[in-house]
Design a protein around this ligand. Structure first.
Ligand code: GTP
Ligand code: MG
Length: 523
């Protein structure tokens, strides 16, 4: 999965790189109340601030790029205000999980045989990941874990009769448990109701828990709308269960006077309309994002997308590379949900935008992936991909496999995927670590280890990917070459040799611009 959103935090002009065009202006979106630790960590941060303008050890002059975090804003007219109202309406929703502390019994159905058996992954890892999801919720804790074998995961009640009875007895015998997290992707409403009746507590599936975390962590309008889109299947199945109610209060037969439609039909129509409106709103935002992408390209910012498994340290790495206070790492899954851009500098003093993206999870519910796919389009438009891995994680190899398979699903251009830089993060937790993969770089984003080597490798990759090079050219001071280079390339340094009437100009120049330079000013 995952995402990016283009915006540069308002601030410094971009004159060195963009030759005096003003920076994009971005207003951070307002925060919404949402229960959960995730929200507690979402502080307005550095709204419109300029921290992180100097990335890297060789800080650029004061006219460096700023970072963008949050939704990009353009000039807005009355139509935009109307859209905003409609979008806010679409985002109104009922809570998915109960507020307050919950003591959870984690039930993991283990499929040992047959086609339902998960490939490549072990029950302990799946359980650990499910536990991490629960701990991401504020005041939720896992007080009991049960790995329960099943041969019938597709049956309504997931387990065989005897196993279910035994399980029910065990859960009923745990009065401290206030909820059950059943580690399946989705559970039908009727399954949920039956299990809740049997166990006497609320039961949640992974879809609901992940959706709730996404809701809490989505800050921008686009991410919130994507979550709202992902929620629609849940609303639809709730609707079906209302119809199926034995007391008939679902109301299939009750007609709204004069309309010819039953209540059920009205509700279905309203849901369809809601879906259409969300899709339209997303399309509007997508066009805006594309526009920003084009502007960014015109401004010649190379873009580096930082992707990887959730909690691998993507945001921490970006913060270490750019010093940008807007990047907020947190020890939880899906801390980053909106794609944000953060400006930094490469050793040749070229400005670059690092895109922080939403993390991957091996067992992420499908609907969620699809609704976030639009934001991942930006990854396809980047110049270089950095794949951050947590090499201290026991399942680091499986995580890598999940990320690569998700990246392949994004249909990225082959050269972009093939040239992805693999960064082995958290080496401070693995004494004596050295990568076995050729070309992989070992770093500790936390301690700042290996960052200079990483920047050097990134510089090579960015220059190669964008068809640029760093050249030192000797020009005559009396001639037009120097001003031509200022126009057509990014001048890094000018060393004047007055006695010879010349200057040595170091510039980042594209291959095509260099060709034109040579044609115009033959040696
Ligand atoms: N020891 C150690 N911890 C690290 C390192 N890099 C990141 N972390 C920690 O790992 C946790 C996750 O870091 P993030 O940067 O938020 O990870 P992420 O990949 O952006 O996570 P999501 O946005 O949730 O996908 C935080 O607690 C970081 O402090 C590292 O090099 N060493
Ligand atoms: Mg992050």
């Amino acid at each position: 999965m995952w995402a990016l959103r283009a915006a540069v935090r308002q601030g410094a002009a971009l004159s060195r790189v963009v030759r005096g065009r003003p920076a994009l202006r971005v207003a951070p979106p307002p925060l919404r109340p949402c229960p959960g630790r995730a929200l507690a960590a979402l502080s307005p941060g550095d709204p419109g601030g300029l921290q992180g303008r100097r990335g890297g050890s060789r800080g650029p002059p004061a006219d460096g790029p700023s970072s963008e975090a949050g939704a990009a804003k353009e000039e807005e007219g009355p139509e935009d205000a109307e859209n905003e109202d409609e979008e806010e309406e679409l985002l109104r929703s009922e809570p998915l999980l109960p507020a307050g502390a919950q003591r959870v019994c984690l039930v993991h159905p283990e499929v040992k045989w047959g086609p339902g058996k998960p490939q490549l992954t072990k029950a302990e890892w799946q359980v650990a990941e499910a536990r991490a999801l629960v701990h991401t919720l504020d005041h939720w804790s896992v007080v009991e874990t049960m790995v329960v074998p099943t041969k019938t995961p597709d049956r309504k009640l997931i387990f065989g009769k005897g196993t279910l009875e035994h399980l029910t007895e065990k859960i009923r015998g745990l009065p401290e448990v206030t909820a059950v997290f059943l580690n399946v992707e989705r559970m039908s409403v009727s399954t949920k109701k039956e299990l809740e009746a049997a166990w006497g507590v609320q039961v949640f599936d992974r879809f609901t828990v992940v959706l709730h975390i996404f809701r809490c962590n989505a800050r921008t309008k686009e991410a919130r709308l994507q979550v709202a889109l992902a929620e629609l299947p849940l609303l639809r199945s709730n609707l079906k269960s209302v119809v199926a109610r034995p007391d008939g209060r679902g109301g299939t037969s009750r007609y709204i006077m004069g309309s010819g439609e039953s209540f059920m039909q009205v509700r279905q129509r309203l849901l369809k309309e809601k879906e259409m409106k969300i899709r339209q709103a997303l399309e509007r935002l997508r066009r805006k994002r594309q526009l920003l992408g084009q502007q960014r390209q015109r401004r010649e910012f190379p873009v580096v997308s930082v992707v990887g498994y959730t909690n691998s340290g993507k945001t921490t790495l970006i913060k270490a590379l750019t010093g940008d206070a807007a990047a907020q790492p947190r020890d939880q899954l899906f801390a980053t949900l909106d794609v944000t851009a953060h400006a930094g500098w490469l050793p040749c003093r070229m400005a670059v935008l690092y895109m922080d993206t939403i993390g991957f999870l091996s067992q992420l519910p499908h609907g969620l992936i699809e609704s976030f796919s639009a934001t991942l389009e930006d990854v396809a438009r980047s110049d270089v991909i950095v794949h951050v891995r947590d090499v201290s994680h026991p399942e680091s190899e499986l995580q890598k496999a999940s990320v690569l398979s998700a990246l392949r699903g994004l249909h990225l251009p082959a050269p972009l995927l093939d040239s992805a830089l693999e960064v082995h993060n958290k080496v401070d937790l693995v004494p004596g670590y050295s990568p076995s993969e050729p070309g992989a770089l070992a770093v500790s984003a936390h301690l700042g280890l290996g960052l200079e080597q990483l920047k050097a490798a990134l510089e090579d990759a960015v220059l190669r990917a964008t068809g640029r090079r760093v050249l030192t050219l000797r020009v005559r001071l009396a001639g037009p070459q120097l001003s031509w280079l200022h126009q057509e390339a990014t001048v890094q340094d000018v060393q004047v040799v007055p006695e010879a009437g010349v200057a040595d100009v170091t510039a980042i120049i594209s291959n095509s611009a260099y060709g034109r330079f040579r044609k115009l000013f033959p040696e």
